[in-house]
Write a protein that binds this ligand. Structure first.
Ligand SMILES: Cc1cc2nc3c(=O)[nH]c(=O)nc-3n(C[C@H](O)[C@H](O)[C@H](O)COP(=O)(O)OP(=O)(O)OC[C@H]3O[C@@H](n4cnc5c(N)ncnc54)[C@H](O)[C@@H]3O)c2cc1C
Length: 505
């Protein structure tokens, strides 16, 4: 019998399994898809390779630390990714220190100079408070360590602790509304784009800390490099990785998780179960409702996740499109900005699209003379739900509908990339249904729990690694209520923590 069964081979599950295997535990990873890596993988279409999920990530130093602790000996090499907003009011590169950005913004919005100074000071303070949150905040310590950390808090920590709680329940929009009158500037500072700010001040501080202080980085070996190395460690240390091996149920006996039932009808038992399936999938699908405290089930049901997206992958004849205006790897582009939020989701001229020059970041993803581009636009799952008839099955007409949306998105981006439509020689389209059925995420969610103050208020704790079901731990991006290190490192952090809980038990 294995010591630990890990359901899901995304980065959270793999870090946990590798750390446990390195610590001498017998582990089995059961992954639903034919390969490990979860959303942090690539897929191929003809001569092109595209990312299933993450394009890049933050906190490479922490990622190196998690990899080393998990037993990976190879050094992770990264290069920086740059981000810009291109909106009707101008183009701003914002992946740089806040003080430099403030100077540029004062030139574009001179009447908001005072507000910009106050904002930079206040945000700067909040960024310092959150920059190393997991190193001192008691909620980030596992088990008994948490109680100890609470007891050991002195005045300085207590003040920071209170500030973090306050930031978590303060809507960023309330602060921005006090400081600025220009809706375009409020939108930019509050969303790094053109949307009405909806997140908490805490999440805004995390987001700017990632963007302007820690930076966003691309791993030189590709986004799948991390999963490949972790998998090697698990196998080398005697662990087992089974894929495809979907898990249907987590088995609970006398109130404790004791094993899993696979979709193929096999029952497997272990002393510990770690779920890398997202938290809602775990509690609403893999566990029987009778095995979960009803109030916890209610919280999980009622607290929302972030939404999903429409994603268009393009292979291009590089000679036919003018890519020179994409000075950076990621450009958030909006053609018109007459309101703060289009009510018609298909009015793309009034919406923001992320344009990632993927082959500039990952040159091996396109053959010579070609380029690879990824266009992404936020979309709620509900907009597409009517097309889904079952797992991976769709109503007739779905393909035509998503292709029509993809063509429209390409046309929307044409002013930024002249010649784009005629340069396309390969196109693949993902929708929220794709992220549900191929990403195996609850309703295709992408970026963790809601970033509004709602999650902080409802879920209370920072981490959800230790679940109310004894013997069952959660690992992955949804095992934290905030993506405090960004998606990839947060998933890895929770995987490492789940392993520590088991190793210390
Ligand atoms: C489209 C998209 C774009 C993103 N972009 C970024 C980005 O640019 N930067 C960033 O840092 N983060 C990004 N993220 C977030 C990213 O998903 C995380 O950063 C990280 O890769 C998540 O790892 P994870 O381990 O939490 O989960 P996942 O990658 O979701 O892995 C979970 C695994 O569990 C498996 N599983 C689920 N249910 C079962 C079951 N019943 N049985 C067996 N296996 C199961 C799944 O198949 C999957 O392999 C993005 C996510 C998406 C979807």
């Amino acid at each position: 019998m294995p010591d630990v069964i890990i359901v899901g081979g995304g980065l959270g599950g793999l870090v946990c399994a590798a750390r446990l295997a390195t610590g001498g535990k017998k582990v089995v990873v059961l992954e639903k898809k034919p390969q490990v890596g979860g959303t942090s993988t690539i897929f191929r279409r003809g001569d092109y390779a595209f990312p299933m999920g993450p394009l890049s990530f933050s906190f490479p130093g922490r990622v190196r630390e998690f990899l080393a602790e998990a037993g990976v000996e190879q050094e992770l090499a990264c290069r920086p990714s740059r981000f810009a907003l291109s909106a009707p009011f101008g183009t701003v590169e914002y992946s740089r220190p806040l003080r430099d950005l403030r100077k540029d913004l004062k030139r574009v919005f001179p009447e908001e100079a005072l507000g910009l100074d106050i904002f930079a000071t206040e945000l700067g303070k909040a960024m310092v408070v959150v920059s190393d949150l997991d190193r001192w905040h008691p909620d980030y310590q596992p088990g008994a360590g948490r109680d100890d950390a609470y007891k050991k808090m002195r005045t300085a920590e207590l003040n920071r602790y209170r500030l973090v709680s306050q930031y978590g329940t303060t809507p960023a929009a309330a602060i921005l509304d006090r400081l600025f009158s220009d809706v375009r500037l409020k939108a930019f500072l509050g969303s790094m784009g053109t949307e009405r700010p909806s997140m908490s001040w805490l999440n805004l501080a995390h987001m700017w800390n990632v963007m302007s202080s820690e930076g966003i980085w691309f791993p030189e070996g590709g986004v799948h490099w991390l999963a490949d190395r972790l998998c090697e460690v698990i196998l080398a240390r005697g662990g087992e990785v089974r894929c495809p091996e979907p898990v249907r149920k987590v088995l609970v006996r006398d109130g404790r998780a004791v094993g899993v039932a696979t979709a193929r009808g096999q029952a497997l038992e272990a002393r510990w179960i770690v779920s890398n399936a997202d938290y809602k999938t775990l509690f609403l699908e893999l566990l029987d409702p009778g095995d979960v405290p009803p109030e916890h089930l209610k919280l999980v049901r009622n607290t929302p996740y972030t939404g999903s997206e429409l994603c268009v992958y393009l292979g291009l004849d590089a000679g036919r499109a003018d890519l020179s205006r994409l000075g950076v790897e990621h450009t958030f582009f909006r053609r018109q900005q007459t309101g703060t939020r289009a009510s018609d989701l298909e009015d793309f001229d009034e919406r923001e699209v992320e344009v990632c020059h993927w082959s500039a970041q990952a040159p091996e993803s396109a053959p010579p003379g070609r380029a690879a581009l990824v266009l992404r636009m936020g979309f709620p799952y509900d907009h597409f739900s009517r097309w889904r008839t079952g797992e991976r099955t769709r109503l007739d007409g779905y393909k035509e509908y998503k292709t029509q949306l993809a063509r429209k998105l390409v046309a929307t981006v044409e002013p930024l990339i002249p010649g784009l439509s005629r340069a396309v020689d390969m196109m693949e389209v993902a929708t929220p249904l794709t992220y549900r059925d191929w990403g195996n995420r609850h309703l295709g969610s992408i970026a963790g729990w809601t970033w509004t103050p709602e999650a902080a208020v409802a879920l209370r704790s920072k981490l959800l690694v230790e679940t109310p079901v004894p013997g069952l731990l959660a690992a992955g991006a949804y095992a934290a209520t905030e993506l405090f290190l960004g998606g990839v490192p947060t998933a890895m952090f929770t995987g490492r923590l789940a392993a520590e809980v088991i190793l210390e038990s």
